[in-house]
Design a protein around this ligand. Structure first.
Ligand code: ATP
Length: 322
């Protein structure tokens, strides 16, 4: 299976150690979300993948072979600093970039027409990039990354500053690319979007990968938690010895309804959800009963925002997938 492998990359800018043993892979046909706080090393990793920056150590491979110029030309890249010629017209620029990638004039024009249409900027083909709104400039930037039908997509914050319609257009393009077998990797600080769009996510902290996996896998915690909106737990929790109360608050305006979070740590208990529900229902009406799993935002806060200064080079990533 086609795979982009980022293997043990290290990179320092003077005294700043931007990457420390950064490793992960992006598989063909998947959308991989690359998240982490400002300065965590996402752009540095992407620049090394593209070859505009050299790593101090480690390597990037495509299907097991170190990336050479030929493969790097097959990458569609959207740089963080954006890279369009401001005074060139949109259509001319895209044709020019496609030609740089070795496409014939007619194929380049056809690709330009296709992508400007898909990305909703066909009416802008004759405009100078400079005169477009930032969101439209970003659509042109994505078109520039796609115009040569790349085998790999590496996009640095492609969603930043886009309106909701443009986000939808961009998301669909990435889904289509992945469905066509292209490995799609993008960085973003918009975690809800990452959660919605990505097959797998990598969370970076201080230049290293600290958690990686499918969204569902990352969100499943060893503790099993349920939220119960119903009678006060004082009246029923003691009937389920394996459960302990995490929190309980009265629901405003109800008087008797409590929203309680309950945790069961004994993973060997099979039907514990039914036991919990049964105990609660026996004590009074239950309005809501659901398994609680952390959102990507909560997970991110836990993994990244806890204590950035304690990151070390030998941190073990919370690898949840093979
Ligand atoms: N050209 C450079 N010269 C010196 N230091 C740099 C340079 N580029 C990046 N850095 C430093 O390297 C570290 C990683 O930066 P990088 O841009 O890769 O992070 P990032 O995860 O992409 O951040 P953001 O989310 O803010 O874009 C930071 O400490 C940054 O200040």
């Amino acid at each position: 299976m086609s795979e982009l492998t980022i293997d043990s990359l290290s990179k320092a800018y003077g005294q700043v150690q931007a990457l420390r043993d950064m490793s992960f892979e992006v598989r063909a046909g998947e959308i991989f979300g690359f998240v982490g706080s400002n300065g965590a090393g996402k752009s540095t990793t992407m620049r090394i993948v593209l070859g505009v920056l050299a790593a101090d150590a480690g390597e990037v491979r495509w299907n097991g072979t170190p990336l050479d110029l030929h493969v790097r030309r097959r990458i569609g890249y959207m740089p963080e600093e954006r890279g369009l010629y401001p005074r060139m017209r949109v259509g001319e620029q895209l044709v020019y970039l496609a030609r740089l990638h070795g496409m014939s004039k007619s194929a380049a024009v056809e690709a330009m027409e296709h992508w400007t249409r898909v990305l909703g900027i066909e009416a802008r083909r004759g405009d100078e990039v400079l005169k477009l709104s930032l969101g439209n400039q970003q659509r042109v930037q994505l078109a520039a990354a796609l115009v040569h039908s790349p085998d790999i997509l590496v996009l640095d914050e492609p969603f930043s500053g886009l309106d909701p319609v443009a986000v939808d257009v961009m998301s669909q393009v990435l889904r289509d690319q992945a469905a066509a077998g292209v490995p799609v990797m993008f960085s973003s600080h918009q975690l809800e979007l990452v959660e919605r769009l990505c097959d797998r996510v990598g969370i970076v902290r201080s230049g290293s990968m600290v958690a990686i996996g499918g969204i569902d896998e990352l969100r499943s915690t060893p503790e099993r938690r349920w939220v119960v909106e119903g009678p006060t737990p004082d009246g029923w929790l003691a009937r389920v010895p394996a459960a302990r109360l995490v929190s309980s608050e009265p629901v405003a305006g109800t008087g008797t309804v409590y929203r309680s979070v309950v945790e069961v740590t004994d993973a060997g208990l099979a039907e514990v959800d039914q036991e919990l529900l049964g105990a609660a229902v026996a004590a009074g009406p239950v309005r809501e009963f659901a398994r609680v799993r952390p959102s990507l935002v909560e997970l991110y806060r836990h993994v990244v925002a806890s204590d950035d200064s304690s990151a070390t080079t030998d941190r073990t990533p919370a690898e949840v997938t093979a």
